[in-house]
Write a protein that binds this ligand. Structure first.
Ligand SMILES: [Zn+2]
Length: 186
């Protein structure tokens, strides 16, 4: 099956992190974004076929979190220009209660406020503002809230089971959580 080059431009019309129909999942393998852990691998042909807006590309998503690349344009974000639209403020205690405590430093108090960005790396402010207008999914979200990301963060693997019995789960995506200096003492 061949996939023609789309008229839609990656990083302009379609987020850089979005998966395309020309990019099938190819299996499990070693990935530089997940040292020591096997990961879901996917063909890389962004811009060919049709964008699957609801699906992140496995490798580009992991790279965006690991290297702080803007998911919209794919370029590095710098300290002072890292923004989120959809991240939720929680406490470290809430994350631990959700079973996501493995990546939280043990010296972080349960009251410490964290910014759960899910699988979405911070964007440049200009990219965030453009996405909020252009993306139908985002522009329909009443909870949309442009705010700065944190100066420190932690990354945890989002694991999926393999279809082969007896093998351990593999990394599908990376989850990102910012660490603030604030405490929630309610
Ligand atoms: Zn950007």
């Amino acid at each position: 099956m061949t996939f023609p080059l789309s008229r839609l431009k990656v990083g302009i019309d379609v987020p850089w992190v979005t998966s395309w129909s020309a990019e099938p999942v190819t299996g499990v393998g070693a990935c530089l974004t997940t040292p020591g852990l096997p990961a879901v691998m996917q063909a890389s042909r962004p811009g060919y076929g049709k964008p699957n807006y609801s699906e992140n590309h496995h490798y580009r998503q992991r790279l965006s979190v690991q290297r702080m690349l803007c998911p919209m344009c794919g370029q590095p974000t710098q300290k002072g220009d890292r923004w989120t639209l959809t991240a939720k403020r929680k406490t470290a205690g809430t994350l631990r209660a959700q079973g996501l405590g493995d990546s939280i430093p043990s010296d972080l108090a349960d009251t410490r406020v964290v910014i759960d960005a899910g699988a979405i790396a911070p964007l440049h402010k200009a990219c965030a503002e453009a996405s909020a207008v252009q993306c139908p999914h985002l522009s329909a979200d009443p909870a949309l809230d442009l705010k700065t990301f944190a100066l420190r963060w932690m990354i945890s693997p989002l694991l999926v089971p393999t279809d082969q019995p007896g093998l351990p789960p593999v990394v599908a995506f990376l989850q990102l959580c910012g660490i603030t200096d604030a405490h929630d003492r309610r």
